[in-house]
Design a binder for this molecule. Sequence first.
Ligand code: MG
Length: 382
Amino acid sequence: MTLAGCASDPARSRGRRHPEPPPRLRDEFQRDRDRIVHSTAFRRLVYKTQVFINHEGDLFRTRLTHSLEVAQLGRSMARALALNEDLAEAIALAHDLGHTPFGHAGQDALHRCMHAHGGFEHNLQSLRVVDALEARYPGFDGLNLCFETREGILKHCSLQDAQRIERDEPGGVGQRFIEGGQPSLEAQLINLADEIAYHAHDIDDGVRSGLLQFDQLLGLPMPRRHHEAARQEHPTLGARRLLFETLRRMISEQVHDLIDTTAAALRDAAPIDAQAARQCGPLVGFSAGMRAECTALKRLLMAALYRHPQVVRTTGAARLVVHELFEAYVAQPGEMPDEFARRDDRHRAVADYVAGMTDRFASREHLRLTGRDAFAIAAAST
Ligand code: MG
C-alpha cells in the first residue's frame, strides 16, 4: 500500500543512537516493533495492573492486553489514513513499558518517594526502559530504537526533564518540549488510540467487576444513543452482549470520527512530508463534538470507577507497598539484584528496580521485607 507523503518513512528515519547495519528482511520500524515484543519489560506487562489489581480477577485487562488493544486500534487507523502501521504498532506496544506495578497508585507513590531525587514519571520511564534499562545486546544498553519510535514513546515531558534529555542528546527527543512542535502523525494517533482503548475497556472491566453499573453511563449521549440503537435492533439480547455491542459501536464511532476529522485536517494543512507535519500543530484528532463526548466519558469514569471506594482502598494498599519497598531498598540496597545494588545513584536505582516489578512480585517482596501483607490488611479493614 502506498503511504501518504506525510507518513513516517523508515528509509528516512533519523536513525538510532548507536549506528547499526540495516536489517535484511524488515524495515527499521518493523525491527523496533520486534525488539519491543522480545524485551523483558514487555513480558512483564502481563502481570501489571491497568485499573484493577492483577490478583482481583483473571478477565480484567492488564497492561499487556491494553497495549495490544491500543496497537490494534492504532494499526487500523494508521492504515485508513495511509500512515505507517509498523511505527504506530511499535509505539503502541512500547507506550506503557515504564509503568510501575499497581497502575497509577504505584506511579504516584514512587513519584512521592523520588520527590527530592528528580521525581518519577511513567512516560519518561518508558523511554528509560528502551534507552537504558533493557540489557540484552552486546554493543549497547537498551533496545537502541529509532528516533521516531522513541519520540512516540515520550508523549509528554516537563521542561526540566526535556532540558536534561537535550543536554544528553542535543536535537533529540527532548527538543520539541522546549521549542514547541508535534511528534510524528503516528505518535499523535497512538495517543488517541490509547484513550479510545482504555475508555472502552475500563467500562467493560468496571461493569464486570460490579463496581460500575452501565445505567450510570446512560446519562451521557454517546453511550445512550448506541445502547438504544443496539437494543432496538436486537431486542432480545442479554445484558453482557448488549454491553459489548454498545461498546463496539462506541469504538467505531470514535474511530470513524477521528479518521474523517484527521483526513480533513491533513487535506487542509497538506504537509509535504513527515517533518513538515511536525510543524503544523496537532493534525490527528476528534471533531469538537466527539472531543466533548470523550471528555464527558473520562469525567464520568473518574468519578464512578477510578474513585470508587473499593478501587481507592486497594490503591491505598498499593501505595503503601511501593512506599515501604522503596524505603527498604534504600536502607538495604543489598536486597536488590547486583546490577541495581552496585549503582551509585541509589535512589534512581531503587526507583528503576521497583518500577520494573510486576504486581505480584512487588507484593511478595513487600511481604518478605516487612512481614506484612498490605492487601490482606486493606481487605480486612472493610
Ligand atoms: Mg496506555
